[in-house]
Design a binder for this molecule. Structure first.
Ligand SMILES: [Fe+2]
Ligand SMILES: [Fe+2]
Length: 221
């Protein structure tokens, strides 16, 4: 079977893992790791893959990895990348091309790994797509007092616009954010997003691109 994002989205096993993850993350009160997030990550992974010139097949592989990367969260946050990789292989290892499966599992497992060594372009696309998703719409709480107390909620809530662009000629991948300083300041942003931005830099470097960050039209990196 040739795996496509369309087929994966209809698979009741994958949908069940995603439903369970949405319930689990909601109960923890964390920012969204469900369909809103994975839809953006899947789209962005595919967009990056397309713009840097990967094959149509690898673009689809990137979209699938993006859709499935967080579905292991319901089995525990700290190892969720491994769980998602295991779940994915259990579903498809016997019915798909093993090289595609390995590539997707590699991307899924690498998206949140401390000892990260990037060895694949699909992995790099997924990392940039995932770590760049910061936005007000990721915050599940509607209570402003509650949002202001939690740094992850506060920083996500403060981001009112998020654009990721890829310039093949200039070899540049740029994340442009609008940050509402009523909710947080740039130092807050960096206290939790430095690690994520480092991931993006590392992934862009692997693709032979430079990663740039712009906040409120000011070039930060
Ligand atoms: Fe994750
Ligand atoms: Fe994610």
């Amino acid at each position: 079977m040739d795996l496509t994002l369309k087929k994966i989205k209809k698979d009741p096993r994958i949908n069940s893992f995603i439903d369970q993850t949405e319930r689990y993350i909601r109960a923890l009160g964390y920012t969204d790791h469900g369909r809103r997030h994975i839809d953006i990550v899947s789209d962005r992974s595919k967009m990056i893959a397309r713009k840097i010139g990967l094959s149509t097949h690898e673009q689809e592989t990137s979209a699938i990895a993006g859709w499935c990367h967080d579905m292991g969260n319901f089995l525990g946050r700290t190892q969720h990348h491994y769980w998602a990789g295991i779940l994915f292989s259990q579903c498809y290892i016997d019915e798909s091309n093993p090289d595609d499966i390995s590539q997707i599992i590699q991307a899924i497992v690498s998206h949140d790994k401390d000892d990260l060594k990037i060895v694949d372009k699909v992995t790099a696309c997924l990392i940039i797509a995932d770590k760049s998703d910061v936005h007000r719409s990721r915050v599940s709480s509607k209570n402003i007092k509650h949002i202001k107390k939690d740094i992850h909620d506060r920083v996500n809530y403060a981001i009112t616009d998020n654009k990721l662009s890829v310039d093949k000629q200039k070899k540049a991948i740029t994340l442009s954010l609008k940050l509402d300083t009523k909710f947080t300041d740039i130092m807050d942003y960096f206290s939790i997003f430095t690690v994520r931005m480092n991931y993006c830099q590392k992934a862009a470097k692997y693709l032979k691109y430079k990663f740039h960050l712009t906040i409120n039209n000011t070039k930060i990196a």
